[in-house]
Design a protein around this ligand. Structure first.
Ligand code: NAP
Length: 637
């Protein structure tokens, strides 16, 4: 590959400085690019990521100049991408400004190949062992890939007819990522050719299809297959599954030695039990059940909810409907994101294509600042007495976001009282703001209703004050039964114990993965692994998978038939999670969210730094698990 000096001058200024320094240093071996004065300076309480990693304008200009010179000196007509003696560790140390604790985590996240250190054939060649995975979304596919690498047989059940999980189901207008595309992709399957900074639904679905093909996962996926019941058979140490064919309704039995839930939190659409809903004669649809036949063009539309889904639907239908009435219970917080709907710039495309590892260092850089993220800004100060924030930094964060909102409502100040959230920042997931929400609310045919809904009737919605809003179509962007984790499967553990009854309204799992009394049941991205103020969900899923494979290895090397956490370990873990969550905005105030059950307990969100989950999921803690052995092994022991 050749690059010209002209292109270097033209495109390098479009790059993110820190990943540019890293990738060009890696490419050319030029250590001066990693000089101390160019090290990024990120602060814990950053409201926005500072330009050029916090370097002053003069230092940044010097660094850009050095990047340009290094590229121009590099054999412009020869091979670009030769080997240098710079190690990934050295560059990571630069990027993290010496955060040594994170070295292992960051190396993994960079996508350095993680070699398989054991396979089932090596540790338990004779053993019959089949794993059942439920769900072919982000977690299930990554899990399948890991089992395949380890030579462990598996079958993956997927209720839909395609892979992609939530990106397969949600087809509403405007559906796209609201976190950075790069950080959302797997560390072990990175791409440089994303079209958007925040990928559209179709791109993400294609990514998962490509991944499944590349890793040869498709042949082990049973599509149109919904697992409805799973029951642990003590004698045989197996899970007995009922799998329903979603087309014929036929149910068949399948036996597996381990069961992995990769169902996620947002798989059970929630339509509130509004009075009179059954009388409504217009079309009604939940956001997650949208299909190409939904008639909204030229129609009067009532949209209920102002969360992540509504926020994408409204701006994408507003220009084509006769009227749009949005029912808001509480306003969302939004982070400014001017590039939210933009296509990747030509400059960035050029850098992605021509500097071999730019995309990896850029992804790692984004991951790194999302690791620090808004964590410190969402920590609750127990002595803080204001209700609209949880600490002084949180109040500063609030002020910055409010100022951004105010700037968008010139001439529409009457809306400000409704669109500025009354609860602290960080209580719920923040959305991305490129001004489209404000534009939507300011349209003459849009009405924002903040009164509670009283009831439905044949023609529309009546609010508590008696106002009536007619609609041909009602869209329920009212979220999911997020705290009813695994709620669509009747899971029965030891002695027929029902998981639903065991959990009650409080789904929990040790390390987010295992539950006592439910041997060889594992959750990827399970209870209390969701993120609000730090990223990325993909990372949490990869960590959970690591812990599951460690558990399986433990089963194979010990000859045990089953593994589960001790009751003490589970109880202590839940207590520790609870303590952590109480110190964070999303659990410190009474405001409800889909992370909290009816009694207000947060069963969805992970409260600690990402590093803590990484370390926790590296290995099996022998004192904290119960192993079950076959009778023959017990007798000979
Ligand atoms: P959501 O965030 O739970 O939002 C549901 C909305 O419906 C909220 O505004 C809620 O009000 C409102 N609502 C619920 N019950 C109501 C009732 N009885 N009366 C009036 N309003 C009611 O659901 P979502 O927007 O579908 O998003 C769920 C999660 O899915 C997100 O947090 C995110 O994790 C994921 N998601 C991601 C993306 C993406 O990456 N692009 C897009 C969509 C969804 P309150 O806020 O007052 O409760």
């Amino acid at each position: 590959m050749t690059i010209s000096a002209q292109d270097v001058d033209r495109f390098v200024p479009a790059g993110e400085l820190i990943p540019l320094l890293c990738s060009v240093a890696e490419l050319t071996g030029d250590r001066t690019l990693l000089a101390d004065e160019f090290r990024p300076r990120l602060e814990l309480e950053m409201i926005a990521i500072p330009e050029h990693g916090g370097l002053s304008a003069e230092v940044a200009e010097e660094a850009f100049e050095r990047v340009r010179n290094a590229l121009k000196r590099h054999p412009a007509s020869g091979d670009i991408g030769g080997q240098t003696d710079l190690s990934a560790e050295e560059i990571i140390d630069f990027l993290t400004n010496g955060a040594g604790d994170y070295a292992g985590l960051m190396k993994r996240e960079l996508g350095e190949p993680v070699q398989v250190t054991w396979t089932k054939d090596e540790v338990a060649p004779e053993r019959d062992f089949v794993v059942g995975i439920v769900g072919a979304g982000q977690s299930g596919l990554a899990m399948a890939r890991e089992l395949r690498r380890l030579g462990i047989d598996y079958v993956l059940f997927e209720a839909a007819d395609k892979v992609g999980g939530t990106w397969r189901w949600n087809t509403y207008p405007g559906c796209r990522l609201d976190t950075s595309t790069l950080a959302y992709s797997y560390s072990f399957f990175q791409r440089r050719d994303w079209r958007h900074y925040f990928a559209v639904r179709e791109e993400i679905e294609d990514y998962y299809i490509e991944f499944a093909e590349h890793e040869q996962l498709l042949e082990s996926i049973q599509f149109n297959s919904e697992v409805t019941r799973a029951s642990w058979n003590e004698g045989d140490a197996r899970w007995e599954l009922d799998v329903r064919d979603t087309r014929s309704g036929e149910v068949s039995g399948v036996l597996v030695q381990a069961l992995i839930s990769a169902v996620g939190f947002v798989n059970q659409p929630k339509i509130p039990d509004f009075k009179g809903l059954d009388q409504y004669r217009g079309e009604k649809i939940h956001s997650a059940e949208w299909h190409s036949g939904v008639e909204y063009r030229g129609k009067r539309v009532n949209l209920i909810g102002t969360g992540a889904s509504a926020y994408q639907i409204a701006p994408n239908i507003v220009d084509e409907v006769e009227s749009l009435t949005i029912f808001q219970r509480s306003a969302p917080w939004m982070l400014p994101a001017p590039l939210y709907e933009a296509e990747v710039s030509p400059g960035r495309q050029w850098l992605m294509e021509n500097i071999p590892s730019y995309y990896r260092w850029l992804r790692l850089w984004e991951f790194w600042h999302s690791t620090i993220g808004k964590y410190a800004l969402t920590m609750a100060d127990p002595n803080w007495s204001f209700t609209e924030s949880v600490s002084e930094p949180n109040q500063r964060f609030r002020d910055a976001l409010v100022s951004n909102i105010r700037g968008q409502y010139d001439g529409h100040e009457d809306l400000l009282g409704a669109v500025i959230p009354k609860y602290p920042v960080g209580v719920k997931r923040m959305l991305r703001d490129n001004g489209q929400w404000a534009r939507t609310l300011q349209q003459p045919h849009t009405v924002l209703v903040t009164e509670a809904i009283e009831s439905f009737d044949e023609e529309g919605i009546r609010t508590v004050s008696g106002d009536h809003h007619r609609a041909d179509l009602t869209v329920f962007a009212t979220g999911f039964h997020g705290t009813n984790y695994l709620g669509t499967i009747d899971v029965r553990g030891r002695g027929g114990l029902s998981l639903r009854e065991h959990w009650g309204d409080e789904s929990r799992a040790y390390k987010g993965v295992t539950v006592p009394g439910f041997p060889n049941l594992f959750c990827v991205a399970g209870p209390n692994t969701g993120l609000v103020a730090i990223g990325s969900q993909t990372f949490m899923c990869e960590c959970g998978i690591n812990y599951i494979t460690e558990c399986l290895r433990h089963l194979f090397v010990t000859g045990a038939t089953a593994i589960e956490p001790t009751r003490d370990a589970y109880r202590d873990y839940v207590k520790w999670i609870e303590e952590g969550n109480r110190g964070m905005a999303w659990a410190a105030v009474p405001e409800q969210s889909w992370y909290r059950n009816a009694s207000g307990t947060n069963t969805v969100v992970w409260p600690y730094p990402l590093l803590t989950y990484y370390e926790l999921t590296r290995s099996v803690d022998e004192d904290e698990v119960v192993m079950t052995y076959p009778a023959s092994q017990k007798a000979s022991a």
